[in-house]
Design a protein around this ligand. Structure first.
Ligand code: B12
Ligand code: SF4
Length: 446
C-alpha cells in the first residue's frame, strides 16, 4: 500500500474529464478511463482535491443509456453530423451524457485534466474541451492515447498543455509550471506497481477494469500496444486491488491487458487467488499460444464469463507478416482446451480482422466458417489503420495515405469505403451478413 507523503499541493483542485465520443457507433464494453484514474491516484497522493466527470458513465442522471449483460451497455447518443464530405453515407453521433450534465457541476477547478483514447474519437475530445473552456476559467491539460499517437493533430484540440506517453511523472512538471511551486512526487516510473486506478471517484460502480500488465511483448504491424514497452504487476497488488473493488460492490471485472498470459506462471497464481462472487471478463483478445489446460480449468472455476481470443486471420502468410502472434495449430488447440473444461460459445469468441491489407474476401469468409465449425462465436473487427503503427509508416511512406488524413476516416468501419488496400466495404458487408446469419441461427425461433 502506498504511504501518502507530505502534501505541498493541498489547495489545488483538479477536475478530471473523460470526454465524449464522436463516432458512427460505440458501445460500453466495461469502458472506464483507466489511464486518467491512474493519474488521479497519483495526484491524490500529492494532496490534490479531485472531481471526476466521466461523460461516458451510464449512471449519470438524464441519460437514456441501457444496461446490457454483465455491466456492459448502450450509451446515450445524439446525432450531430454526417460524413457527406467524404461521400460516406453514415451519421456521426455524440455518445455520452446529455450536455446538461455540465450545469450540475459544483466545483471550481484550478486545473482540468482531460483524457483521450481512440485517435478517431478526437472530435469528442475537441467538443468537450470547448465546453470546458466556456464553463470554467482553468487551464486544460490533455493526455492519453490520442495525444501520444497524434501529438501534432492534438495541438488543434484547444488544450493549453499536451502530455503524451505515460503521463507520470510529466504531469508533475506541468502542474509545477502552472502552480509555480514544487509538488511532492508520490510516484515515478514505478507507478504501475505502486498505485491503482482511483475508483473512489465514482458514486456508483458496478463494473471495473483492472490491468495486471501494461503494454505488450509482441510487435504486430497493425497495433501500437508494443510501443508502450511491457510492465507487469505483482500478484499481491492485483489481488489487493480486486479485493478492494469487491468491497466497493463491484460485480464484474474486465481485464484490459494486452498480454495477460505472457507470464503464465504469474497469471496462474493470480487465477488461484482471485476472489469469488465476481464475474471476470477478458474482452481484449488473449494469446492462443499460451492457453493450457490448467489456465482453462482455473478460468472455469473462477467464473470467467467473457473470453476473447485474438485469431485475426487464418491466412498463415498474413499471420506471419503481421507479427506472428498466432498460428492455426495454436488457435485450434486453445479452442479445444477451453471446450474440454466446459466453456461454450456463450463465453468464448474469436476476434477476426476483416479488411487487412493483402487479405482476400475468400480467406476472410473461410476464417468465419472455420471459427463457426469449431463451435466458437466469431467477432469481426474491421481493420483500423492506426497512426504510429508499422502499417501506418509503410502506408505513408508509399504515399498510400496522406499524412494529414482526417483520423476519423481511418476508423475500421470507415476506411474500407475508400482505401485501395482494403477489400472494400461491400465485401466486408457480405462477411458481416454471414456472421449475422450465424448469430440468428443461435436464437431459438419464438
Ligand atoms: C482495453 C482496450 C480496448 C477495449 C475497450 C476499448 C474502449 N472502448 O475503451 C476493447 C477490447 C473493447 C477494445 C476494442 C477496440 N480497440 Co482497443 N484497446 C484497449 C487497450 C488494450 C487498453 C487501453 C487502456 O486501458 N490502457 C491502459 C491505460 C493505463 O493506459 P492509457 O489509457 O494509455 O493511459 C496512460 C497514458 O495514456 C496516460 N494518460 C491517459 N489519460 C491521461 C490524461 C492526462 C491528463 C495525462 C496527463 C495522461 C493520461 O496515463 C496513463 C498511464 O500511463 C489499448 C492498447 C493499450 N495498451 O493502451 C487498445 C487500443 C486503444 N484499441 C485500439 C483499437 C484499434 C481498438 C478497436 C478499434 C479494434 C478493432 N479494430 O475493432 C476496438 C474498437 C473499440 C471501440 N470502438 O470502442 C487501438 C487504438 C488505436 C487508435 N486509433 O487510437 C489501441 C491503442 C490498441 C492497438 N490496436 O494498437 N479496446
Ligand atoms: S495485437 Fe496484441 S499481440 Fe500484437 S502487439 Fe498488439 S497487443 Fe500485442
Amino acid at each position: 500500500m502506498l504511504e501518502y507523503p507530505f502534501f505541498t499541493l493541498e489547495k489545488m483542485k483538479a477536475l478530471l474529464v473523460n470526454p465524449y465520443i464522436h463516432d458512427i457507433s460505440a458501445y460500453d464494453f466495461w469502458l472506464k478511463p483507466v489511464g486518467l484514474l491512474y493519474i488521479a491516484q497519483a495526484l491524490r497522493a500529492s494532496g490534490v482535491d479531485l472531481k471526476l466527470i466521466d461523460l461516458l458513465d451510464r449512471n449519470l442522471p438524464g441519460t437514456d443509456a441501457h444496461d446490457g449483460s454483465y455491466g456492459t451497455g448502450k450509451f446515450h447518443s445524439e446525432i450531430i453530423g454526417n460524413l457527406k464530405a467524404y461521400n460516406i453515407p453514415r451519421y456521426i453521433k455524440r455518445y455520452g451524457a446529455p450536455l446538461s450534465v455540465f450545469d450540475e457541476i459544483d466545483f471550481d477547478p484550478d486545473v482540468i485534466l482531460v483524457t483521450s483514447m481512440m485517435t478517431y474519437w478526437y472530435g469528442g475530445v475537441f467538443e468537450t474541451i470547448k465546453i470546458l473552456k466556456e464553463r470554467f476559467n482553468a487551464p486544460v491539460i490533455l493526455g492519453g492515447n490520442y495525444v501520444t499517437l497524434l501529438p501534432e493533430h492534438a495541438k488543434k484540440s484547444g488544450a493549453d498543455f499536451l502530455i503524451g506517453g505515460e503521463g507520470i511523472p510529466k504531469i508533475y512538471d506541468v502542474l509545477e509550471e502552472i502552480e509555480g511551486k514544487k509538488i511532492s512526487r508520490s510516484v515515478g516510473n514505478d507507478w504501475f506497481e505502486k498505485i491503482t486506478p482511483d475508483y473512489s471517484l465514482y458514486e456508483k460502480l458496478d463494473a471495473a477494469v483492472v490491468h495486471t500488465t501494461y503494454g505488450c511483448t509482441f510487435r504486430c504491424t497493425y497495433c501500437i500496444a508494443w510501443q508502450k514497452g511491457f510492465k507487469s504487476r505483482s500478484v499481491n497488488s492485483v489481488i489487493e486491488e480486486i479485493e478492494s473493488l469487491k468491497k466497493m460492490g463491484v460485480k464484474d471485472i474486465a481485464f484490459y491487458d494486452d498480454a495477460i498470459l505472457v507470464d503464465k506462471v504469474r497469471f496462474k497464481e493470480i487465477l488461484k487467488a482471485l476472489p469469488s462472487d465476481i464475474r471476470y471478463h477478458l474482452p481484449n483478445g488473449i494469446h492462443a499460444i499460451y492457453v493450457d489446460e490448467e489456465i482453462a480449468s482455473l478460468m472455469m472455476e473462477k467464473n470467467f464469463k467473457t473470453i476473447r481470443i485474438g485469431y485475426e486471420t487464418g491466412d498463415p502468410y498474413l499471420q506471419k507478416k503481421t507479427g506472428g502472434k498466432v498460428t492455426n495449430v495454436a488457435f485450434k488447440r486453445a479452442m479445444e482446451t477451453l471446450k474440454d473444461v466446459g466453456f461454450t460459445n456463450k463465453e468464448v469468441g474469436a476476434y477476426l480482422m476483416v479488411g487487412l491489407p493483402g487479405q482476400t474476401f475468400e480467406s476472410a469468409m473461410e476464417d468465419v466458417k472455420s471459427v463457426i465449425n469449431l463451435g466458437i462465436k466469431p467477432f469481426l473487427n474491421e481493420y483500423t489503420l492506426i497512426p504510429g503503427s508499422i502499417d501506418w509508416d509503410e502506408a505513408v511512406s508509399k504515399g498510400e495515405i496522406p499524412e494529414d488524413v482526417d483520423p476519423l476516416i481511418l476508423k475500421g468501419a470507415l476506411i474500407h469505403y475508400w482505401w485501395k488496400n482494403s477489400m472494400g466495404f461491400k465485401k466486408i458487408s457480405q462477411i458481416k451478413m454471414q456472421v449475422q446469419r450465424f448469430y440468428r441461427s443461435l436464437t431459438p425461433n419464438p
